[in-house]
Every structure is written in C-alpha cells, then in structure tokens.
Design a protein around this ligand. Structure first.
Ligand SMILES: NC(=O)C1=CN([C@@H]2O[C@H](COP(=O)(O)OP(=O)(O)OC[C@H]3O[C@@H](n4cnc5c(N)ncnc54)[C@H](O)[C@@H]3O)[C@@H](O)[C@H]2O)C=CC1
Ligand SMILES: O=C(O)[C@H]1O[C@H](OP(=O)(O)OP(=O)(O)OC[C@H]2O[C@@H](n3ccc(=O)[nH]c3=O)[C@H](O)[C@@H]2O)[C@H](O)[C@@H](O)[C@@H]1O
Length: 436
C-alpha cells in the first residue's frame, strides 16, 4: 500500500521503517529540512539500535523516501499517518497545534478518499477535532471528498523501538467505517498479533490508560521502597514476590529514581487534565505524579545522609538519559538531580554513552568525561542514574582506586551490592535498609 507518515521523530521514523519493511511504499514527511536531508542520506537524527541499518537498506531498495513536500506525499498515498509531537502545555494538557497544522495541510491537498490515522498520543475527542478540521478545509475549497479518521496508538518503547513496532503485544485500531477497517487490516497483515478493533474514542483512551497504568506501577513500587527502608524489607525481593503472581506480573516493578522520558510524565499530566475538564478528578494519578516528582529528591537525601553535606563534594553520575538504549533526555531524572546537586554546592561530573551532548546544552557546568572512569576520578560518591549495560560491568578495583570516597549509590537497583561491598565499597540502593 502507499503510505505517508507525517512527522519523522522517534515514532515517525520507526513507523516509516517498519511499514516499508512489511512491503509498503512509504514517504516520511517532516517540516524540518535538515532532518529530511539526513534521513534521505540514511542517517538517523537520534540513537535507536538497528533502526538506521534497516532504514538505509529500505531507502536503497526504493521503498522508503523522505520529503518536506507534504502536498505531494498526500497525493501519492492512500493512508496518512500523523506522528507529530503532542507535548505538554503549561496547564498539563496536550498541545495539539502540530496535529492541527498537519491536518489543515492534509485538508488543503486531499484529492480523493484517504484514511487519516493518528498514531500520535492524543486526548479523547481529538479524532472528532481532526474530522472537523478536514471538513472545514474541504468546505473552504468548495469540494466534497470522502475520508475516514482512525486512531492507531503506538506502544513502542525507546531503545526497543524496532522490536516493539515489529512485534507488538497488540495493534489497536479505533475506527468507525468498514472501508477504513479493511484498509488498516490489509496494512498490518504482516504483523502476527492481536488486532483490537474499537471506536476512535476507545483507542484514544487505551493509549493514555496504558501509559498511566505503567506509571502507576512504578510509583507504587517507589513509594513502597521508601516504606521498605523503614521496615527492613527489600523492595527488589518484595517486587519479585509480587510479580510471580500472574495477575500482577513482574514488569514495571523496578524501584528507582522515578520515571522520565517524553511520554509517561506528559501523558499522565494530559490524562489528569482531561479528568479535570470532565469534572472527574483522577486522584490516583495525582499521587502517581507527586510520588514521581519526589523520588529523585528522596534519593538525593539518602545520598546526603550517607556522605554528609554536598557542599564541596564531588559527585559522579553514571548515566544521564531517562533510560538505557536512547539518547533522549526529555524529563530525565538526571536533569533535576544535577540542578539539586549544584544548588547544594556539589561539583558534578558525568558520563553517558549517548546523552552527554544534550545535557551539556542545559547544564554546561557539569564536567563530562570520555568514559565512566573519567567521571569517577576523585569522586566522593558515584551515583548510578541510568543502568546502561556497560556500567554494570565496570572494573571495580579500578573504580575504587580512582575515587576519593567509597560510596556507590545505585539509583536503579541494578548493581551487585554484595560484590561491591566485598570489594571495599559502601553501597546503598533504593528500598533496602542495609547500607555499607
Ligand atoms: N517517543 C516515543 O517513544 C513514543 C511517542 N509516542 C507519541 O508519538 C508522538 C510523536 O512522538 P515523538 O516521535 O517522540 O516526537 P518527536 O518530537 O521526536 O517528532 C515529531 C516530529 O514531527 C515533526 N513535525 C511537527 N509538525 C509537523 C508538520 N506539520 N508536518 C510534518 N512534520 C511535523 C517535527 O519536526 C518532528 O520531527 C507523540 O504524540 C508521542 O506522545 C507514542 C509512543 C512512543
Ligand atoms: O508512549 C510512549 O512514549 C511509550 O512510553 C513508554 O516507553 P518509554 O518511555 O520509551 O520507556 P519505558 O521503558 O516505559 O520507561 C519509562 C521510564 O520508566 C522507568 N522505569 C521503567 C520500568 C520500571 O520498572 N521502573 C522504572 O523506573 C524507566 O527508567 C524510564 O525512565 C511505554 O513503555 C511505551 O509502551 C509507550 O509507547
């Protein structure tokens, strides 16, 4: 089938590559000329394992191209995906201006029946708004052209984008016309998974509900971790015991310094805003947010209790991105931690395999090292902020020699505490009373 994907960020670029690899002819459209030039030369503007190689081969085969020419892309496609950003506004609501602008553009150039699909995460009711904008644009042109609006939310995780897009747990298609349903079914026929057909409003809500529930699981274990430290229990063992119950499941129960990224924080805020708008306050999600916002400060308090006042201390951060496998630092807990450490007089050094360039723009005072050992040099304490695999396997005797102090504080419960203690370190993680 002939498909255009409007917006070539994380989701758009991944959607382009996965649809083209299923045999469709795909045009990726973006307003950013530099991004389009880069993509056309086979290079990704962000880091995502495996994606650049796949994209390169699809471009060479001719099944994938990128352009800024939206009118041409509209004319040449049967299905138009919207994958533009929907960032938070100051009141927490989703900013739909990128969606609206892209839809207006589509309306100006629609020439025959097409399906307009939102893959961006958008509040319930946006499908109706998309329909209204298209109708208004067609009315301005004085033409009647049929179209359908579909909601097909994306559930991929950064760092595992390609795998998740090629092997999704489910494909949700919110649509209210047989023709659009048949086209979406044909589009996804290469994917072996559950196809869930719903109304547009159900699909829009499924996306927010899924992200909010995952965020809730994380805040639940993080709050419980704080209690475990008082009761002498270990949150990792408690989470393991809980997760063995198939009704609970083991995933997203890893305690740490809180969730970050471009989606959980913003989507929870947008759902809370929608609740307020509808007169249904979502109290549970208010608590999820407040636990998350206080988790990194709570962890730093623990660090200060261990090593004494931060003033004049050298703190090394291992990891800056909101999770391993990505260069994305949007709402990464590291950013708030750097701010708090610097405010309290600490000198911060850091190393991250992918995130240093972006953090340097925001926090130029952080001393960025060329490797983990460089960041650790002379440190009073080392904080594991992002559990990149290379940090789990450091030469700890080398680390011990290069540090000034002996504290390792594991913000991701990812290191082997017993091994570190045996190597002469003082070690503390999240949700365990025992330290040193
Ligand atoms: N990043 C992720 O892991 C996931 C994101 N989502 C959702 O997908 C949507 C997109 O997210 P990202 O890919 O992270 O965003 P992004 O910010 O990485 O990319 C958005 C792209 O859209 C382009 N754009 C903006 N207006 C445009 C227009 N009128 N025409 C053409 N291009 C335009 C921008 O230049 C940018 O390249 C959001 O709603 C997000 O919540 C959903 C699942 C996963
Ligand atoms: O809508 C989105 O954008 C995406 O948001 C998340 O994906 P992502 O943000 O890429 O990453 P996750 O792996 O979900 O991690 C999010 C944050 O939660 C944290 N986390 C995750 C799991 C856990 O047990 N504990 C925990 O603290 C991670 O460190 C990270 O900061 C969802 O997992 C995807 O399904 C969804 O499509």
């Amino acid at each position: 089938m002939h498909v255009s994907v409007i917006g070539t960020g994380y989701v758009g670029a991944t959607t382009c590559a996965t649809l083209a690899s299923m045999g469709h002819r795909v045009i990726g459209v973006d307003v950013d000329q530099q991004k389009v030039a880069m993509l056309n030369s086979g290079r990704l503007p962000f880091y995502e394992e495996g994606l650049e190689a796949l994209m390169g081969s699809l471009i060479t085969q001719g099944s994938l191209t990128f352009t800024t020419d939206l009118p041409k892309a509209v004319t040449e496609s049967e299905i138009l995906f919207l994958t533009v950003g929907t960032p938070s506004q100051s009141d927490g609501s989703a900013d739909l201006s990128y969606i609206e602008e892209a839809v207006r553009q589509i309306g100006r150039h629609l020439d025959r029946y097409k399906v307009v699909v939102s893959k961006s995460t958008v509040p319930v009711g946006t499908g109706d708004r998309v329909r209204a904008i298209l109708e208004a644009e067609l009315a301005k042109r004085g033409v009647v052209i049929p179209f359908d609006v579909v909601s097909n939310p994306e559930f991929l995780r950064e760092g595992k984008a390609l795998h998740d897009a090629l092997h999704p747990d489910r494909v949700v298609i919110g649509c209210e016309s047989d023709k659009a349903r048949a086209m979406m079914t044909e589009l996804y026929q290469g994917v072996r998974t559950v196809m869930l057909y719903t109304s547009v409003r159900d699909a829009e809500m499924i996306k927010y509900a899924s992200n909010a529930f995952l965020a809730l699981k994380i805040s639940f274990v993080n709050e419980l971790a704080r209690l475990c430290e008082k009761t002498g229990s270990s949150i990792s063992k408690v989470a393991r015991g809980m997760g063995l119950d198939s009704r609970i499941g083991p995933q997203f129960l890893r305690a740490g310094i809180g969730y970050g990224g471009s989606c959980f924080p913003k989507d929870v805020r947008a759902l809370i805003h929608l609740g307020k708008q509808q007169g249904v306050p979502l109290q549970l999600l208010d608590a999820v947010t407040s636990i998350n916002q206080t988790q990194a400060p709570w962890f730093l308090q623990k660090v200060e209790t261990a090593i004494g006042p931060f003033s004049g201390k050298r703190i090394a951060l291992l990891g800056l991105t909101f999770k391993p496998g990505t260069d994305d630092i949007r709402e990464a807990p590291a950013l708030a931690m750097i701010e708090m450490l610097q405010e309290r007089g600490a000198e911060v050094s850091a190393f991250d395999p992918q995130g240093m360039e972006a953090v340097r723009q925001i926090h130029p005072q952080v001393k960025m090292a060329t490797d983990a050992y460089g960041a650790i040099d002379g440190a009073d304490a080392v904080l594991l902020v992002t559990e990149w695999p290379e940090f789990l396997d450091l030469d700890w005797s080398k680390v011990r020699k290069r540090m000034r102090g002996r504290w390792i504080l594991d913000g991701r419960n990812a290191l082997d505490g017993d091994k570190l203690r045996a190597s002469g370190f003082a070690y503390a993680c999240v949700g365990e009373r025992r330290s040193e």
